[in-house]
Design a protein around this ligand. Structure first.
Ligand code: FES
Length: 356
């Protein structure tokens, strides 16, 4: 416990101060000091090894500044990794970027934290003291003095009087965050309406369903009863914006007994002989819904445990998701490969500002 700058005393002396104190000569900021904590019987203070042995003290000092230097190295590495491993349309690059930036930041934060803790525990002053508690409310004199200080500050700074300066300062403070808005906008798609981009995916009539990540087309006969496939649209791997497209178009494909499916009339031809395809993007906040319970035909989102019932058009049966997973209408082409009948009939993923 740190020594109180404003008159804290040793624990042994604490019980003698159980009286109301008003700091003399400073009525404007005086507060009532009462009811200090009595020593509950702590053992006598023991010195640390770094207090007794100058060599150990020196070694602790070296450890602390080495950790701080390590933290600097970590920060510099994180910036270097951002440039050395740029994010490109390639999952490997994205992984390397994330991994090495993460390692740099982790090193910087851990070294900084350990250094600070070690400094505090091994080198900073170790004497014990008390902080005297006092009522939150000040005396009338304190309150009057506070008002006086505000008025004096207003007078001396001219904040109330010099309206041009005041208003321009307020304007500058309001304008200051605006560049961030522009910069964040730059992260979004250029010259395109983001809502339109969210509304459509790569799927269209005749697009083959292919395995993720190989891109090998899937025949209906490959999908056995109870199996599940992670699916991407044919041609996805050749696109420059592969990651953006995959984030919308990823699909899960499952085969159930046709008699297990409860299908509404307008979706009669959306499945092929019990094979159904649903968006893999959770309608809660967009995690991949990737866990399939074969026995119950439930899909589970690992992020916040939303569950979707595939036998009832992926309706939500548990969790925070509010809408069923969108279904991709499918059929087979002349060669027996599974193909989409169209794009999804509604936007995939979580709600967004212009979703109808
Ligand atoms: S993202 Fe799926 S439950 Fe939250």
């Amino acid at each position: 416990m740190a020594q109180d700058d404003n008159g804290g005393s040793d624990l042994a002396a604490a019980d003698s101060s159980a009286v109301e104190l008003v700091r003399a000569g400073d009525p404007g900021t005086a507060v009532l000091l009462q009811d200090p904590v009595e020593n509950p019987g702590f053992p006598p203070h023991r010195k640390r090894v770094t207090d007794k042995d100058p060599k150990k003290n020196k070694r602790a000092e070296r450890t602390v500044y080495t950790l701080f230097y390590l933290s600097i190295v970590g920060s510099i590495w994180a910036i270097a990794a951002y440039m050395l491993f740029p994010i490109e349309s390639n999952v490997g690059q994205v992984r390397a970027n994330t991994l090495f930036i993460g390692l740099g930041i982790a090193l910087a934060l851990l070294a900084l934290g350990f250094g600070a803790v070690h400094w505090g525990k091994a080198l900073m002053a170790d004497h014990e003291g008390i902080d005297v508690r006092h009522p939150v409310e000040g005396t009338p004199a304190t309150q009057a003095r506070a008002v006086e200080i505000f008025q004096q500050a207003n007078e001396e700074s001219g904040f109330g009087r010099r309206t041009l300066i005041r208003n321009s300062l307020i304007g500058a403070l309001v304008a200051f965050p605006l560049p961030a808005v522009v910069l964040f906008r730059g992260l979004g798609p250029q010259n395109q309406n983001p809502a339109d981009l969210l509304r459509h995916t790569m799927w269209k009539k005749g697009t083959r369903l292919t395995k993720d990540p190989s891109g090998v087309p899937i025949k209906a006969s490959d999908v056995t009863l109870g199996s599940v496939f992670h699916v991407i649209p044919e041609g996805l791997n050749d696109r420059e914006d592969m990651l953006e497209q995959k984030a919308k178009a990823a699909v899960l494909l499952m085969r159930l007994k046709p008699t297990d499916l409860h299908v509404s009339p307008e979706r009669k031809n959306w499945n092929y002989d019990g094979i159904v395809a649903y968006s893999k993007i959770c309608t809660h906040v967009g995690c991949p819904v990737a866990l399939y319970e074969q026995q119950t035909h439930h899909l589970l989102c690992p992020c916040h445990q939303s569950q979707f019932d595939i036998t009832h058009e992926a309706e939500v049966i548990f969790g925070p998701a509010k809408r069923p997973l969108p279904q991709l209408p499918i059929t087979v082409d002349a060669d027996g490969y599974l193909v989409a009948r169209s794009d999804f009939h509604e936007p995939v993923g979580p709600s967004f500002w212009e979703r109808h």
